[in-house]
Design a protein around this ligand. Structure first.
Ligand code: HEM
Length: 151
């Protein structure tokens, strides 16, 4: 079961990245063409938020179930892998999740379409940067083996 969650957590990262990229692309396009903030923009932002929500739930489950919380309590100095998953990955992703949620409500409350596109670009852009920085990419070899796609 834990392996199933890890596979889901691995693959869902692509849904997070694609929906974030889509939201950002639409907000840039909306600003450049002075377009209305419409249904497609709202859908993209909502799917980005939902994929982050699912990642958060699976991530927290892996955190406690996969023994990472235990490692936090018995932390050895210099253990980069434990530091990354117990603090850096989880903390940064949690921050990104908060920014996405605040962003959604700030965008909704925007008074003009231009303001909505601008806020979406800022909040979702910052969230995507944090997410990309905190993913254990396969080339970050010090963090163990984390493939591009796990099946
Ligand atoms: C947008 C949010 C997130 C993304 C994109 C993401 C992405 C990933 C990826 C790609 C992996 C490597 C999976 C693999 O080895 O195949 C991973 C592992 C992990 N993530 Fe996340 N994550 C997110 C949020 C979280 C959160 C919020 C937590 C905990 C609070 C968390 C906890 C973990 C843990 C504990 C592992 C290591 C699992 C293991 O190897 O036992 N993640 N994450």
């Amino acid at each position: 079961m834990q392996m199933v969650l890890l596979v889901l957590h691995n693959l869902l990262r692509w849904a997070v990245i694609v929906t974030a990229g889509w939201s950002i692309f639409l907000s840039v396009k909306g600003l450049a063409s002075r377009a209305l903030y419409g249904k497609a923009d709202n859908l993209a932002n909502m799917l980005f938020m939902i994929s982050c929500d699912i990642q958060l739930v699976i991530g927290i489950t892996l955190y406690f179930w996969g023994g990472w919380f235990g490692r936090l309590l018995h932390w050895e100095i210099g253990d980069k892998l434990s530091r990354f998953f117990t603090l850096e990955h989880s903390g940064t992703m949690l921050l990104a999740w908060i920014i996405v949620h605040i962003g959604r409500s700030v965008v909704k409350r925007g008074k003009t379409d231009r303001e909505k596109h601008t806020k979406a670009l800022i909040y979702f852009g910052v969230a995507l940067i944090l997410i990309l920085a905190a993913i254990p990419w396969p080339f970050r070899t010090a963090l163990g083996s984390h493939p591009w796609f796990r099946f």
